[in-house]
Design a protein around this ligand. Structure first.
Ligand code: BES
Ligand code: MN
Ligand code: ZN
Length: 508
């Protein structure tokens, strides 16, 4: 076990009470011109003068991201005092408490016990939201995937701190309110961490059946979980999905997760995820360099699973269906070939040009199934679908493709609010031509140009007139540069965006 972070609330007066364990670190915030909160000034007493003079020597101006650190500050019962800047980078910009939480977690280093003076010279407008964001930022930054680092585990054991949680208390004048805000966001943090862990896990451990078992765990939270095995999918005619999995020794699965928190009979919101547990490319095999990254080709399915968990834990007032197509794309003797023609559940025939364009084949059948079985209000799919989206948008934005302006607009707003941003890409008839097949209804690749757009067009063949959006997350789900909020290879991208979308636009 690696260290975990637990966050609680504390009355301000108890910030400097004798720590029961380890060394106490206190975090305080300094704004513009090093202004401290009123309570902070009181609690720090003489140490305030120390901050002023040290700031001058260190050139500390209270900018967000910067910090001043003091060891054994005279007159304080804390072993360490960290003063964090809170002044936004640009004039007039609002303080981003989520980012501030991330910055705070980074400065904690090896501290095991920290108390944060949640007290600002300029009080946040919405104190509850600020405390919640801050706590979420702390948690998001603190996540680490180190379960296979045996040396670290041994060291932890020797130091007897293997399951010793890092304990952080946010101390404020209204500890009750802060406590509630922390409780409200901790479920979301856990759910992002679940998605991250699924993406980080290697494919010898996380394959369709074991992924399905992870999803099944959500039943404990009141989510209905149904697993379709290969015979069930054969019966439904999911030949597009099954064709992808047929070159693997691991049988495919589709998992349907349902959260019924809305009005009875109300059409559900549907989220669909690409869950290619490993994408070798199949017979159209990928080059060796970088192939290891294809363990993360289930980032869409991970986000959908994390989202359903987040919605269930906060008892979201909405009916939601999450459906994930779980396969492994491998090249054994039974594998499908370029030039094969498969019939999807919709009845459409698909010519396989490249077995490495497998995600769209998986989604084709899951989209069709969800639309048919659940008559959803909308469908949003998430998929690490194309390398081309990395060429277009890099790792900053996910590509958004949609047949509906309102849904797109809502996604864009939820993206700005959560920081998981989307950029709408064009679609249209000329692209459709690129996936016309000589022998079947459509083919699974559209040539060298506009790879992400032709992939979206392919998906659209399996969507009728229901509002639909496709998010190409190949650039955002994995391998993102380390940031204030994420140090993990698997980012868990999409859980916060979609939780926000549901919360802001689709709950009663
Ligand atoms: N899983 C890949 C896309 C991908 C690439 C995800 C890089 C994350 C990082 C997908 O299945 C794929 O192989 N796409 C091909 C499509 C091509 C064969 C038309 C691609 O992008 O090269
Ligand atoms: Mn592929
Ligand atoms: Zn893939």
């Amino acid at each position: 076990m690696s260290a975990t972070v637990s966050i609680g609330a504390l009355p301000l007066s108890e910030v400097l009470t004798a720590p029961e364990k380890g060394a106490l670190t206190v975090i305080a915030f300094a704004g513009k011109d090093l202004a401290l909160g009123a309570e902070t000034t009181k609690i720090l007493g003489d140490a305030v003068g120390l901050i002023g003079s040290s700031a001058e020597f260190a050139g500390f101006k209270g900018k967000i991201g910067s910090a001043l650190e003091f060891l054994a500050p005279a007159g304080l019962a804390a072993q360490k005092l960290i003063v964090l800047g809170t002044t936004p980078d640009k004039d007039g910009e609002k303080l981003d408490y989520l980012r501030l939480g991330g910055v705070a977690a980074a400065k904690l280093g090896k501290s095991k016990l920290a108390r944060v003076l949640f007290d600002f010279a300029a009080a946040p407008e919405d104190f509850v939201a600020a405390a919640g964001d801050f706590a979420l930022g702390l948690r998001l930054r603190a996540y680490k995937f180190d379960q296979f680092k045996t040396k670290k585990a041994k060291k932890d054991e020797a130091e007897k701190d293997n399951d010793d949680p890092v304990e952080i208390s946010l101390a404020g004048t209204d500890a009750g309110v802060i406590g509630q805000a922390i409780a409200d966001t901790s479920g979301l943090a856990d759910s992002v961490d679940l998605a991250r862990r699924l993406v980080n896990l290697p494919p010898n451990l996380l394959y369709p059946e074991s992924f399905a078992a992870e999803a099944k765990e959500l039943e404990k939270l009141g989510v209905e979980v149904e697993i379709l095995d290969v015979p069930a999918m054969e019966k439904l005619g999911m030949r597009a999905l099954l064709g992808v999995g047929q070159g693997s020794a691991r049988p495919s699965r589709v998992v349907i997760m349902r959260w019924n928190g809305g009005k009875e009979g109300e059409a559900p919101l549907a989220f669909i995820g690409k869950g290619v547990c490993f994408d070798s490319g199949g017979v159209s095999i990928k080059p060796g360099a970088g192939m290891e990254d294809m363990k993360g080709d289930m980032g869409g399915a991970a986000a959908v699973t994390g989202l359903l968990r987040a919605l269930a834990i906060r008892k979201a007032k909405a009916n939601v269906v999450g459906a994930i197509g779980l396969v492994e794309n491998m090249p054994d003797g039974g594998a499908q070939r370029p030039s094969d023609i498969v019939t999807a559940m919709s009845g459409a025939t698909i010519e396989i040009i490249n077995t490495d364009a497998e995600g769209r084949l998986v989604l084709a059948d899951v989209l069709w199934y969800v639309q048919d079985a659940y008559k959803p209000a909308f469908m949003i799919d998430l998929a690490t679908l194309t390398g081309a989206i990395l060429v277009s948008l890099g790792q900053e934005y996910a590509g958004l493709f949609s047949n509906n302006d309102d849904l797109s607009e809502n996604l864009k707003k939820a993206g700005e609010a959560s920081g998981e941003k989307v950029w709408r890409m064009p679609m249209g008839a000329p692209y459709e031509k690129m996936i016309e097949s000589k022998f079947a209804d459509i083919k699974n690749t559209g040539g060298r140009f506009a790879g992400s757009i032709t992939a979206a067009h392919f998906l659209q063949h399996f969507v009728n007139d229901v509002p639909w959006a496709h998010l190409d997350i190949a650039g955002t789900a994995m391998g993102s540069p380390a940031s204030d909020l994420n140090q993990s290879w698997g980012s868990g991208w999409g859980v916060r965006l979609l939780d926000r979308l549901v919360r802001d636009f689709y709950e009663e």
